[in-house]
Design a binder for this molecule. Structure first.
Ligand code: 5GP
Length: 189
C-alpha cells in the first residue's frame, strides 16, 4: 500500500537489531487518518472471508485491529500479555517470545469470547519472525476455531515469519512488505 510505504520512507527509522521505529504514526502517536485507510484496505481484502471476529494482541496491534473491525463490522478481541505463569482457569494461553523486548510472555484470551464457531482474522502491526502469529494461532486451535487469515501492517520479509504461517495453510496479507532495510535505506517488495 503506497500510502503506508511513503509514510515509512519518510518517518520510519531503522534501529539496531532489525527493528523499525514507526511510533510517530503507528503505535505510540497514532495517525488516525492513515490507520483508518489501513482498516479500509484490510476490509476490502477480507470482505468475503466470512470472518466473524478479529484477534489482535496488546498493545500495538489494537489501533489497526480496531480500524479493520470498523471496516468489516466485526468485534475485536485483544489477547492480553501476562508475565505470570499463574494463569487462571477459563482462558486459552500460549507462550510468545517478544522480538522487540527479548522476553517471553503468555498471551491470554478468555474462553468466554472465543469459541469453536468463530472464523478469526488475526491483525497485528508487524510480522517479523512469526512468534506472535504462532501464539495467536495456537489460541485459535485451542478454541477449535478457524483462522481465515493473518494481516500485518508491516512485514519484514527477511525474518521469515510468512513461511511459518503459510505452512499452516493460512493466508498472509501485509500492507507494506519490506524486502530489506538498514539505516537510511528501506527496500519494499
Ligand atoms: P514476531 O513475533 O513476528 O517476531 O514479531 C511481531 C511482534 O513484534 C509485533 O507484534 C510487534 O509488536 C513486534 N515487532 C516486531 N518487529 C518490530 C519492529 O521492527 N518494530 C516494532 N516497533 N515492533 C516490532
Amino acid at each position: 500500500m503506497k500510502l503506508l510505504e511513503d509514510k515509512i520512507k519518510k518517518e520510519g527509522k531503522v534501529l539496531e537489531g532489525g527493528i523499525l521505529k514507526v511510533d510517530g504514526f503507528l503505535n505510540h502517536r497514532l495517525d488516525v487518518a492513515l490507520i483508518r485507510e489501513l482498516g479500509s484496505d484490510i476490509g476490502r481484502e477480507f470482505r468475503e472471508s466470512g470472518a466473524s471476529l478479529i484477534l489482535t494482541v496488546e498493545s500495538s496491534g489494537i489501533a489497526i485491529a480496531f480500524a479493520a473491525g470498523e471496516s468489516l463490522g466485526l468485534p475485536v478481541l485483544v489477547a492480553k500479555k501476562h508475565k505470570s505463569h499463574n494463569i487462571s482457569d477459563g482462558v486459552y494461553t500460549a507462550p510468545v517470545f517478544s522480538f522487540t523486548h527479548k522476553t517471553e510472555n503468555n498471551v491470554v484470551v478468555s474462553r468466554e469470547y472465543l469459541g469453536a464457531g468463530d472464523r478469526v482474522l488475526i491483525v497485528d502491526d508487524f510480522l517479523a519472525s512469526g512468534n506472535a502469529a504462532m501464539g495467536l494461532l495456537s489460541i485459535i486451535e485451542q478454541a477449535g476455531a478457524t483462522a481465515v487469515g493473518f494481516v500485518a501492517a508491516i512485514e519484514k520479509e527477511e525474518q521469515g515469519g510468512r513461511a511459518l504461517i503459510e505452512g499452516k495453510g493460512i493466508k498472509v496479507y501485509s500492507l507494506a512488505r519490506i524486502k530489506e532495510m538498514r539505516a537510511g535505506e528501506i527496500k519494499f517488495n
